[in-house]
Each structure stands twice: as C-alpha cells, then as structure tokens.
Design a protein around this ligand. Structure first.
Ligand code: NAI
Length: 769
C-alpha cells in the first residue's frame, strides 16, 4: 500500500472495486443454468462453463442448446403468439414498462454481472449499457401503447428468432427483444456463448413481472444452436454478429419466406479535418475505439486525419492514450478491461502481427498477461495492409492521413462495410458534406458512439440491412397491411430463335431491342424468343452488366435533380403515357394503361414528400433520420401485369432517386419495350431506367449477384426468388418481395413501396450543446 504522502505526490487513484458479492451469491445459488422455455427454466443436461475473462475463473455452467431444445422453445413461442399478438397495445405496454422498472431497480446487480461475464469496465456497464437497456424498454413500452394508431393495419410477424453477440450482451438483447415484443411478436433468443448470464437474469425478470409463458424464450448454446434456430419454423431472424455468419444465415434462409435483418461488422472511419477541435476529437477517439476494448461493431477503427494537423493530433492522442487505465473491470476507475475470451485475444494479436509484418508501426497495443491488450494504434499503414480491411475488434485503430475533402471521402468509403462514421470539423458545411457523402447507416458529427432507442441503427453493404430503434426498427417487426392477393403467373418456357432468323422477309431488321443507358441495344448474344407475336431480345449476363454500369453512371445526375426535379420528370412521363395510350393497346389492357398513368401522377406527387424525421433522442443533439436511395436497384417485375405491375415497382424506386435495371414480364414484354420509347421522350435521363428482356430467373440471378446492385425487388414467388435470394446473400444485397396484389388496384402503391426503395441514415448533429 502506498503511504498517504506518496499518493498525494503521484496523484494516482487507489483501487475502488465494485462489490460483486450479491452477484456471486446469485451464481452460487443457481450453479447451473437450463434454458428458459415457456416461462420456466429447464433442467440442465449438457453444459459448458462460462468464465470471467479478467481472471479466467469459472462463473457458472450454461446449457448447450440442441435442435430439440430450440424446437421446444419455438413451439412455446408459437403457442403464445396468438394471445400476445391479439393483446391490447396498452396491456403489452404495461409488461414492457414493468420490465424497464425492474431492470432499473436491479441496475447495479446487472452491471456487475455483465462486467464479470464480459470483462468490460464497470464504469461502462453501469453508465452506458444498463441505462440504455432501461431506456430501450421504456421507449418500446411507448410504441406498444401507440402501435395501433401509429401503424394502422400492421400485424405482428409471429415468432421471431434472435441471435446476438457478446460485446453488449444485455443491450443487444434489449435492442432485439423490446421492439419485437412491442410489435406483438413472441421471441426465441440465443445469447452468445461467452456471455449468456445477463440474458438468463433477464429471463428471471420476465418471470418476475408475470410475462405470459412462451412470450420470451431463451436457449443458450454456441453457433450450432444458432443454426438450429435459423432452420426452425419461425417468421423472422434478427441477427447481430460477424459478416461471415450473417452471410451464411442469409444463404440458408433463401427461399424460406422468413424475414431477415442483419447487423454485421464494420470498419468505420473517424475523419478529423484540419479545422476540428482537436481535444474534442481525441476524446472522440477514446469513445470510439477504446470503448469496450474496441469490441464495438461501429467503432471508429480507421482514424483519417488531415495531413496539416496530423502531427499535433498524434501528440495529443498519444498523451491521452497513456492516461488510460487498464486493469480489473470491477475497478470503477478502469478504462480498459478484459477482452471477452482468449480466442478473441489470439484473433486480435494475429491481425496485429500480420499488420506489422506488412510494414505498419504499432504504437501501444501490447498484449498483456491474461485477456488484456493495451490501447494502441497502427501508423504508417498501407491501404492494402490487412488491418486496414479486416475488423480487428480490439482496442487498436489505424491512423492515416489525407489532404483534401475528396480524398477523405474516398478513403472513408474505401471499405466493404458501411455501418457508421464519425466526422470532426468546426465548419457545418464541411461536416455535413462529409456526412452526406460517406456510405454509412449512422454518422456522428463532432461526436462518436452515441446511441438512443429512438435513433435507428444499422448499416449498408457488408454491414447488413434492417434498422434497430425508433419507428424504422418497429416496422422491421411488423407486416404491412396485406393487399388483395393475386399470384403472379409463372412464365412459359422460352425457346430461342437464333440470330439470322430475326429479319422480316423484306430484309428489314424489325427486332425490338433492349433499352440500356437511354438507347436501344441489340442483345449481346443476338438471339430472340417469340412472345406476343414479336421477336423479343434474349438478354444475357453481359447485357445485365452493361445495364448496371449504365444505371451506376446515372445515379449522381438523377439524385442531383432532387425530389422536385424528379417529380417534374414523372409528371411529364404521365402526360406522355396518356398521349400515347393507343400505342399500348395491343400489349396491355386499358385498365393496365390507366393504372400506369395514375401511378405516375401518384409518385410524381410523392417524389418530394417521403421525408425524414428529427427524433427526440438526446438533449444537445439534432438526430435526423434521413431516407436515402439505395443507389442501383434490380427489379424483377411481375410476369402477369406487364405495364401497371412494372411501373408500380419502377416508379417508387426512381421517385426516391434510385436508378433501376428491370427485367420485364417474360410472357408479355412488349408493353415495357414500348414504354422505353416513352421514357426516351419524357426527359427521363439515359440510364435511370434500363430494361433487359429474356428469361427471368437466370437474368434475376445475374442481377442479384452483381455487386454494383444495391437492392433487389423480386415480384412473385417460386424458384426464381430462391435463386435470386441465394445470389444476393453472397453480396449481402437486401431482397424485398413486393406483396402479391392486383397491380391495377388503387392500393398497390404508397409508403410501403417508398420505404422499401430507401434506407435510413441517422445523422447526429450537435445542437445547442
Ligand atoms: P459470430 O458471428 O460467430 O457470433 C455471433 C452470434 O452468432 C453468437 O451468438 C454465435 O453463437 C452465433 N452463431 C455463430 N455461428 C452461427 C451460425 N452458423 N448460425 C447461427 N448463429 C451462429 O461472432 P464471433 O465468432 O463471436 O466473433 C468473431 C468476429 O465477428 C469478431 O472478432 C468481430 O470481428 C465480429 N463480431 C461482430 C459483432 C458485431 O457487433 N457486429 C459482434 C460479434 C462479433
């Protein structure tokens, strides 16, 4: 023990350890945990140990869930679904409210349990994780209360399977369970194998507040248990974890009809401009990459600093880094706790070894005894260095420099991920310019890693799809009102007419063409098929590639027009369609033509009105939820409705600022090919709508596997949908199946289409702070 005099001299903190005795008593009393199914704990059979990573000491025995356990939990959830889904929102709200209250009463207990099981500093579990859990349940109690009026006609999905990681065990549970229950679904949740204890304590809380049996079920276990849940008869999987596993789940779910949201990894940029408040930015780094030992999906793991201030920034950064205290997670003055498990520690040090072998310089970041790694960063690091691309998931950032704003944006977007970004500049113009150009689901301006239950969270590209939190998060747990269903007819088989037989006897080439980049194009393979008494070009993979390139080339100009500009184009299109009614007469019914014209007016009217919202997240911030176009969309249009069906999908997509590559009706493609001529004379810029005719399923697969496509809409079910979903799983492109409906009906339009044509970006701006 140092003397008082020595302490006064060094000004070092003494140890201030949180008392774990209540948690230890609870663990001793429980000893070994079963699953929580139908309102009670099962008897443990096969178990594994869960340990405190800071000491290696065992904490408890946890059950390894089998496929039978999962099936039992799903049965319980199915039994409970009807009653829970039909319950008045107010009654569901009371349960969520009671859960929030009880967690609040047990905040200290849950913080200590989380810290023991995960290794995170008690300061974080006490001040960040558990208060956010409480906030999440209160917020969603509110949604349950008002759901009937806020989401009219929407219904719960049924049983939801949820798989969560170990980095924020109880918080990730709350992010998933609260909206699912508020929306009227029942849940089977699988926590991560390293950190199941707070989920099991949560199960006790649910039993304590009298949540009806089967509404929440928890099955513990490893990846095999998770895989069994994916296979089970549930209606949706919500997954948070690695991109690799997310991709595998998407592949396994292809063609199953189950909904899927994925919150995956990230390699988020942290951009410091020359005019930034450097002291604040350094604190931002602490909150970004040295929070939770860097085991954060949205960690600002790639620091990009303006060259002009990089030296000064690094000096400040090193000084701050040296002050961080690494040690016992239960000590209230610890900043850096333990890595969750030796496996993860080895993974991190492996990446660091490869990074330094490839020439990077590691500052700090030394591995210590046990599960500890000191905070650090990699400098002098080449763009191709593995640590620039791979998620390190430890307390180590990369640091590189840039000279111009454009270079900063290019570097920020030079990653397969797109989860979050943090940008630092005292210029509102520069900061918001960066926020709009960086590809990410969440952007923090002059702040980092702030979360709130009302602020949607989620990514783009390899970071997944779907949102958690706020209105958007609720909609991901609800079914939109159903339309009068009409099954889309499967197309007839195509038989190709070889090139050379495509001319009329008078020798004039009359073949209709594909429509790519605003021009009529002969198909690459030259062959045609006979439909509607015409020779229709058979598009190929190459034509799809050309069409995607044309669509990519048109995105900037089309989005640059803004909502008002796009509305003008759509009004003009409506007028031209109306003028040329007679040209469509032979190819589509008059109902189809009239519905198509009306739809043009409808989406012209909506083009500047599907707006974002500013949500009440935290004082001192404007938290803006902005709908953004996906970019290039692939649309496999209905086979049975050649004009109204096609335009019911193309119009909301382009109204939102997307450009599209569309595969028209296979059996009746002539309406689409006639439409091409109307598009050309209606000021729709070349490349905004591209039409590739031919066999739907192979063309759909080619579209869904093209990494330049950002979203797929597939009308109709069947093998074609399965193939497209499987292809899209590899590129992690979200696939939406529009409702089966009568496409000429007035209700085959509206907000649900515009929502699917966009995704949200949540932008946190300091405001009056
Ligand atoms: P993981 O993706 O394997 O585990 C996440 C969850 O998925 C766990 O509950 C696990 O049991 C479950 N799971 C594993 N395989 C599954 C399967 N085939 N089917 C269904 N569920 C399955 O992540 P892991 O191995 O724990 O960590 C590896 C890396 O993943 C980390 O180093 C980090 O880079 C990344 N990661 C990202 C997270 C995020 O929040 N985005 C969270 C955890 C890990």
């Amino acid at each position: 023990m140092p003397s008082v005099g020595e302490i006064m001299e060094s000004m070092e903190y003494g140890p201030a350890t949180e008392d774990p005795s209540a948690v230890r008593d609870w663990l001793t009393a429980r000893g070994s945990f079963g699953h929580f199914i139908a309102g009670r704990f099962t008897k443990p059979v096969e178990t594994f140990v869960t340990s405190d990573p800071s000491t290696g000491q065992p904490l408890a025995q946890i059950s390894q869930g089998t496929a039978r356990d999962v099936a039992k939990a799903v049965r319980a959830a199915r039994r409970a679904a009807r009653g829970w889904g039909a319950m008045a929102g107010h009654d569901r709200a009371r349960f969520l409210y009671a859960i929030a209250r009880t967690i609040q009463k047990r905040e200290r207990f849950l913080s200590v349990l989380e810290t023991l099981d995960n290794g995170k500093p008690i300061r974080e579990s006490r001040d960040i994780d558990i208060p956010l859990v409480v906030r999440h349940f209160y917020h969603h109690a509110g949604w349950a209360e008002i759901a009937a009026t806020e989401f009219p006609g929407h219904t719960p999905l049924g049983v939801v399977g949820q798989i969560i990681p170990w980095n924020f065990p109880l918080l990730m549970l709350a992010w998933k369970v609260a909206p699912a229950l508020a929306a009227g679904n029942t849940v089977v949740l699988k926590p991560a194998e390293y950190t199941s204890l707070t989920a099991l304590a949560f199960a006790e809380i649910c039993a304590h507040v009298g949540l009806p049996a089967g509404v929440l079920n928890i099955v513990t276990g490893d990846g095999a248990t998770g895989a069994a849940l994916v296979e089970a008869p549930i209606h949706k999987i919500a997954f948070t974890g690695s991109t690799e596993v997310g991709r595998e789940i998407a592949r396994n779910l292809a063609g199953s009809g189950k909904k899927l949201t994925l919150e995956l990894g990230g390699k988020s940029p942290f951009v410091v401009m020359a005019d930034a408040d450097l002291d604040a930015a350094v604190e931002g780094v602490v909150d970004s990459i040295w929070f939770n030992q860097g085991q954060v999906c949205c960690a600002g793991s790639r620091i990009l600093v303006a060259e002009a201030i990089s030296e000064r920034f690094e000096t400040l950064l090193r000084r701050r880094m040296q002050k961080l205290r690494l040690g016992s997670p239960l000590d209230k003055s610890t900043d850096i706790g333990a890595i969750v498990d030796p496996v993860q520690k080895t993974r991190i040090t492996g990446i660091l070894d490869r990074a330094t072998a490839a020439g990077a310089e590691l500052i700090g970041g030394q591995a210590q005894q046990g599960c500890f790694i000191a905070p650090g960063y990699l400098r002098n690091i080449a763009p191709a260095n593995p640590a620039m691309r791979e998620e390190i998931f430890g307390p180590i950032a990369t640091l590189s420099t840039f000279r111009t704003v454009d270079e900063a944006v290019d570097l920020a977007n030079n990653t397969a991920y797109g989860l979050a970004a943090s940008v630092w500049s005292e210029s509102a113009t520069v900061a918001t310019d960066l926020a709009s150009r960086i590809k990410a689901g969440v952007v923090w301006v002059n702040c980092a890693n702030i979360f709130d239950a009302s602020a949607p969270f989620g990514g783009v590209r390899d970071s997944g799809y779907g949102r958690e939190g706020g209105r958007e998060g609720m909609l991901d747990y609800l079914s939109a009102p159903t339309l009068t269903g009409v099954k889309d007819p499967q197309p007839a088989a195509i038989s190709a007419v070889p090139d050379g037989l495509t001319k009329d006897p008078d020798g004039i080439d009359r073949t209709v063409k594909l429509y790519i980049g605003g021009a009529q194009k002969r198909p690459d393979g030259g062959a045609s098929y006979l439909a509607q008494d015409e020779l229709i070009p058979i598009g190929s993979r190459k034509d799809i590639r050309n069409a995607v390139e044309a669509a990519q080339g048109a995105v900037g100009k089309w989005q640059g027009l803004g909502g008002h500009g796009r509305a003008q184009v759509l009004y003009f299109l409506a007028e031209n369609l109306a003028l040329r009614r007679s040209e469509f007469a032979g190819f589509a019914s008059s109902d189809e033509v009239e519905a198509a014209i009306r739809r043009c007016f409808f989406y012209a009217g909506f083009a500047d009105k599907y707006d974002g919202a500013t949500v009440s997240a935290k004082p001192g911030h404007l938290t803006h939820v902005q709908p953004e176009a996906h970019g290039v969309m692939g649309i496999i249009a209905p086979n049975g409705s050649p004009l109204a069906g096609l335009l019911s999908l193309v119009l909301p997509a382009i109204a939102m600022g997307n450009t599209v590559v569309t595969i028209p009706s296979q059996d009746r493609p002539m309406a689409a090919l006639t439409l091409a001529q109307v598009l050309a004379c209606s000021d729709v810029p070349g490349g905004v709508v591209n039409l590739v005719t031919g066999p739907r399923d192979p063309l759909g697969e080619a579209l869904a596997s093209h990494d330049g496509v950002n979203a797929i809409w597939h009308a109709g079910q069947g093998e074609g949908l399965t193939v497209a979903e499987r292809a899209a799983a590899s590129t992690l492109i979200p696939v939406w199946t529009p409702p089966a409906c009568e496409w000429t009906a007035p209700e085959a339009q509206g907000r649900s289409f515009l929502r699917a044509a966009s995704r949200t970006k949540t932008i946190w701006l300091p405001y009056g702070a």
